[in-house]
Ligand binder design. Structure first.
Ligand code: FPP
Length: 263
């Protein structure tokens, strides 16, 4: 029985490796954005407090970050805390604000070893000092790394981001430093917090919810969307690879009639 089980496990590993090989030969999305949803339900199913789900979700962050880096994804943006999440109970907010510190303090050596670069989008000023400190330390320490960009969306809201861009443009126009006719998509792209990142090709949302929740509304204009019922703490390498395979089988036309070449 044991030998049979072990043989099955070895076969599974071979199968997974074959799939990884096949995925690598085709187009890997440059930028994957994930709405990590379902931590609370994961905990509830186990009669645990919601924060236990967030803690488990943090472990998934590590697993998926490493796997995305191995596959050659250039940027991974994770929606960790939205501008609307301040409406949650204080105990949950406090816990969520401790997670970046715990994650980054624990995994910083691993991020360095793997060449992963930490970045953040969102309003950092409104975060508690200890959260800000942990994020700034990670950004500073990893700034020369050349691997995956692990971009946390913390205290991020897309509409607010767009309001800032609009105000900045209006100011430049009113001061006479910008012509109205010079406002175009590229200029707006260049003012967003994601200006230096490739455009997201793939959005994944876990837990069966099918909405964007104020996440990168401008940036996701041409992204492929994948919604899965899997709760974030249960989302693993296999799920991520399935999402990449689904992406690779989509026919991306960007409004034209011909599909692009995915190899
Ligand atoms: C949504 O699930 C999840 C969040 C608001 C927080 C996501 C944060 C993590 C996964 C951990 C982040 C880790 C680091 C290192 C910053 P939910 O609570 O809305 O779940 P529910 O819909 O089932 O209630």
């Amino acid at each position: 029985m044991l030998r049979k089980l072990m043989r099955k496990k070895t076969e599974d590993v071979h199968l997974l490796n074959d799939r990884i090989e096949a995925v690598r030969k085709r187009q890997i999305p440059n930028h994957v954005a994930i709405i990590m949803d379902g931590n609370g339900r994961w905990a509830k199913q186990r009669k645990m407090p919601r924060i236990a789900g967030h803690h488990e979700g943090m472990k998934t962050v590590r697993q998926i970050t490493n796997f995305a880096n191995e596959l050659g994804v250039k940027a991974l943006t994770l929606y960790a805390f939205s501008t609307e999440n301040w409406k949650r109970p204080k105990i949950e907010i406090d816990f969520l604000m401790n997670l970046p510190g715990e994650f980054l303090n624990t995994y910083l050596p691993e991020l360095m070893e793997k060449g992963i670069k930490v970045e953040m989008i969102g309003n950092m000023d409104a975060l508690p000092a200890h959260t800000r400190k942990a994020i700034i330390k990670a950004i500073e320490t990893t700034k020369d790394n050349q691997g995956l960009i692990l971009n946390f969306a913390m205290n991020y809201g897309s509409r607010l981001e767009l309001v800032h861009v609009m105000k900045e443009l209006a100011k430049e126009v009113s001061e006479g430093t910008l012509e109205i006719n010079s406002i175009n998509e590229n200029l707006i792209d260049s003012k967003l917090m994601t200006a230096h990142l490739p455009e997201p090709d793939l959005l994944i949302r876990t837990s069966g919810e099918v909405r964007l929740s104020n996440f990168m509304l401008w940036q996701l204009a041409y992204a492929e969307f994948i919604f899965t019922n899997v709760l974030w703490p249960d989302f693993n390498e296999e799920c991520f690879m399935q999402a990449i395979e689904d992406f690779q089988n989509r026919d991306r036309r960007f409004g034209s009639l011909e599909g692009d070449q995915k190899g």
